[in-house]
Design a protein around this ligand. Structure first.
Ligand SMILES: [Zn+2]
Length: 92
């Protein structure tokens, strides 16, 4: 899924190739990639990274209301939490 860029009108997608996202992906593997894709920075293919504040209020409301993104983020976070707990239990 993507959004229209507020600067050039191009396509904006959630980037999973940023430094932070890569770190998360390295730490948590596939789940990390999913989390980074759900909460990662928005990136225009022409302008680069776009701050959420640059989007029109209606677009931001749509982002917040998007149940698929919210549901995927919640599920991914729960999975990560469970994996971390399992890892911690194995260390004892
Ligand atoms: Zn743009």
């Amino acid at each position: 899924m993507g959004y229209a860029c507020p600067r050039c009108g191009g396509r904006v997608e959630r980037g999973s190739s940023g430094g932070g996202a890569l770190g998360v992906a390295a730490l948590f593997g596939v789940v990390g990639v999913l989390v980074a894709g759900a909460v990662g920075p928005l990136r225009c293919e022409r302008c680069g990274r776009i701050r959420r504040a640059e989007f029109a209020p209606s677009v931001r409301a749509e982002m917040v209301r998007n149940p698929v993104v919210l549901g995927a983020s919640a599920v991914a976070l729960v999975v990560v939490a469970v994996l971390v707990l399992v890892k911690l239990a194995e260390m004892r």
